[in-house]
Design a protein around this ligand. Sequence first.
Ligand SMILES: NC(=O)c1ccc[n+]([C@@H]2O[C@H](COP(=O)([O-])OP(=O)(O)OC[C@H]3O[C@@H](n4cnc5c(N)ncnc54)[C@H](O)[C@@H]3O)[C@@H](O)[C@H]2O)c1
Length: 278
Amino acid sequence: MSLESMFDVAGKSVLVTGAAYGLGRAYAEIMAAQGAHVSVLDLNADQLARTVAEIAATDPRGTIHAEVVDVTDRAAMDAVFDTVSVRQGGIDVVFANAGVDAGPGFLTPEGHRNPDGEIDNLDDAHWDKVIGINLTSIYYTMKLAARHMKRQGRGGSIIATSSIAAFYVDGIVGTPYMPAKAGVSHLVKQVAMELGRYGIRVNAICPGPFITNIAGGRMANVEDRQAFVRWSCLGRVAETEEIKPLALYLASNASGYVTGSQMVIDGGLILRPAPELD
Ligand SMILES: NC(=O)c1ccc[n+]([C@@H]2O[C@H](COP(=O)([O-])OP(=O)(O)OC[C@H]3O[C@@H](n4cnc5c(N)ncnc54)[C@H](O)[C@@H]3O)[C@@H](O)[C@H]2O)c1
């Protein structure tokens, strides 16, 4: 098999949640560029329209369509999956990606206590919202992917965007973010075990700090990203472009024997020593 055919996704039907900005947009760009038929889902209608227009303007080998939807709206997600399946002749690859930050943690980046982020002061509605988007909607996206892929009987690849937050604790990240991502990573392993017999692979991408629009685009601010730059073995944060090869690998037959994996892409940040607590 040639290297080209291993990574070939031409003609595959792909769905990406949370693709108006950031990593989801990068997944959509690489899939469409490589000849896949791609539907991008997001609740930010204006930005999604701009993103689709910009990707279409690059004259990709594949196709790109927008579906405005909130991933926490189950009935709307059911309908979008059906629409995409009809339009694209089934669904082969699903990126369960949409997610939000969880605000400041119990520590400031300078290492001081932030009372608003402490467990006894956490806002319950905030907890419910973050878990709802970052964990429960990933479960539901996977559920719909499995339903379509099992019915089609031609296998598939489900790729969830988890985080290195699944594997460590961090005081400067809002507390609900951590168990949500740990849940996503564990869900990936559980569902991979179940769906293997149908030829459906399930993997997690676990990024470290990427410059996206998350947290209002904070990572683009040089001062805000200093803590992450300091902790990275490579001394920098990542550009969204840098996620593309991994996305292509997991979507294609190049990763045909890879399932239940946690693909860490973090510049070695997770290797840093534990932070000192005051
Ligand atoms: N950027 C990083 O450093 C980083 C690190 C680790 C993990 N992640 C994860 O990567 C994923 C993508 O984040 P990003 O950094 O690209 O952020 P981003 O804010 O740039 O993009 C997220 C997209 O998801 C959309 N979205 C949010 N809530 C939604 C909802 N309820 N329904 C539909 N769409 C919704 C947003 O509108 C946005 O377009 C998230 O799951 C995030 O937790 C990001």
